[in-house]
Design a protein around this ligand. Structure first.
Ligand SMILES: CC(C)[C@H](C(=O)O)[C@@H](O)C(=O)O
Ligand code: SF4
Length: 427
């Protein structure tokens, strides 16, 4: 029977030759990713039932990232809970504060998560790893507890949405604009409980960092996950991390696989896109409205990678952040931070008047480091612009690409990055 990539991965992990959407399966998890926010609740559930064990300490990756370094005593306790569990259970892959960063971005770089595998985590952006050609999804704390204990989770096999993307991006337009455009077209619930499978010559031409931006935002359309088939780009990415093709399985969707919906997009006419408050599907063309900003933020598991920072530096170079705008740049991981420093990007940021902070989720979800106050207006490279997401409920968040955030930081208004040439001067 014809199947999609996701269906094939789920079949292989649940002992089925074939399966169909809607079917309930017990799925083996190759990886369980744990951070300090949702894992403590899962651990308490297990402890209360005398089930305090882990299915395999070598298949759990623990990375504190949301409230670290701790900004208050409660956060310090969450971190302590995760760390003491890691030590007690001899968890093999622990990326402590100072050695990791935002969990999804750390994980994608480790070479641990591989094509054809399954990954769950108590975090909704676990779908990020789908760019590796794996089935990766967020689960609640109860399912997380089950996964930690038994290495298994229940799934209803999702339907798949096929997104066929063709054409070349215009200068200043990137994967983030594409993600926002797709979500605008299908709406914030347009892919509810579906796998969003990205194909087409545009996707083939994207590097892995841009692909992660696409799969990362599946959840913003209600998707169960995003997925991209393995190709030479994926293989080269894995090889760079010491992982050879004999160590993973490549799945492709059958030509006659069934899709719930097919969406065709030509990016050659795509404009830099901004999602207006308070929902990621509220996309409009960047710079078309005169929106004054007080804050500009670059970071997160969606757009805090080295390629994002390079793009920001390209635009900021020789420019200064507008009077009255606070710009915050957060490299997603320690590795990204170091790379950015080595390439001289940090100097460009500081010279432009931007603040650079340590890797964490803090600003993205309004926990710490750059919390927005009443009436603040932030242009942000993150994935969610819900009411109160980055701080005060009266603050407004506009989602955009790193290039659009950088251009807007310079002008003080939400701006089209194409108004800036490669030297970063306003055209
Ligand atoms: C804290 C965590 C559970 C949450 C999520 O699952 O998405 C966070 O990462 C977010 O982006 O809102
Ligand atoms: S960076 Fe933001 S979206 Fe990503 S995991 Fe952290 S809080 Fe969630």
């Amino acid at each position: 029977m014809a199947m999609t990539i996701a269906e094939k991965i789920l079949a292989a992990h649940s002992g089925h030759d074939t399966l169909v959407p809607g079917q309930l399966i017990e799925c083996a998890t190759d990886w369980v990713l744990c951070h300090e926010i949702t894992t403590p609740a899962a651990l308490r559930m297990l402890e209360e039932r005398g089930m305090d064990r882990v299915f395999n300490p070598d298949q759990i990756v623990a990375i504190p990232d949301h409230s670290v370094p701790a900004m208050n005593i409660k956060a310090a306790q969450m971190y302590q809970k995760l760390k003491s569990w890691v030590i007690k259970n001899n968890i093999q892959h622990f990326y402590d504060v100072g050695r990791g960063g935002i969990a999804h971005v750390v994980l994608e770089n480790t070479g641990l998560a591989k094509p054809g595998q399954t990954l769950v985590s108590g975090d909704s952006h676990t779908c990020n790893a789908g760019a590796l050609g794996m089935f990766a999804t967020g689960v609640g704390s109860t399912d997380l507890a089950g996964a930690i204990y038994a290495g298994k989770v229940w799934f209803k096999v999702p339907e798949t949405m096929l997104i066929r993307v063709t054409g070349r991006f215009n200068e200043g337009v990137s994967a983030k604009d594409l993600a926002l455009e797709v979500i605008r077209q299908i709406d914030a619930d347009g892919a509810n409980y579906m796998v969003m499978e990205w194909v087409g010559d545009t996707i083939d031409a994207l590097d892995m960092e841009a692909r992660f931006t696409l799969t990362n935002m599946a959840i913003e359309a209600g998707g169960k996950t995003g997925i991209i088939a393995v190709d030479d780009t994926t293989r080269a990415y894995m090889a760079k991390r010491g992982v050879t093709p004999d160590q993973y399985t490549e799945y492709t969707s059958d030509a006659d696989a069934k899709y719930k919906v097919t969406l065709d997009i030509d990016v050659s006419t795509l404009q830099p896109t901004v999602a207006f408050p308070h929902i990621p599907s509220n996309g409009r063309v960047a710079g078309a409205d005169s929106v004054k900003v007080s804050h500009a933020y670059v970071g997160s598991c969606t757009n805090g990678r080295i390629s994002d920072l390079r793009e920001v530096a390209r635009i900021l170079k020789g420019n200064t952040v507008a009077e009255g705008v606070q710009m915050l740049i957060v490299p997603a991981t320690q590795q990204v931070w170091k790379q950015a420093a080595q390439e001289g990007l940090m100097e460009i940021f500081v010279d432009a008047g931007a603040t650079v902070s340590y890797p964490s989720c803090g600003a993205c979800l309004g926990m710490h480091t750059g919390v927005l106050g009443p009436g603040d207006v932030c242009i942000s490279s993150t994935n969610r612009n819900f009411v109160g997401r980055m701080g005060d409920p009266t603050a407004e968040i506009y989602l955009a690409s790193p290039a659009t955030v950088a251009a807007s930081a310079i002008t003080g208004y939400i701006s089209d990055p194409r108004a800036h040439n490669v030297q970063g001067q306003v055209a």
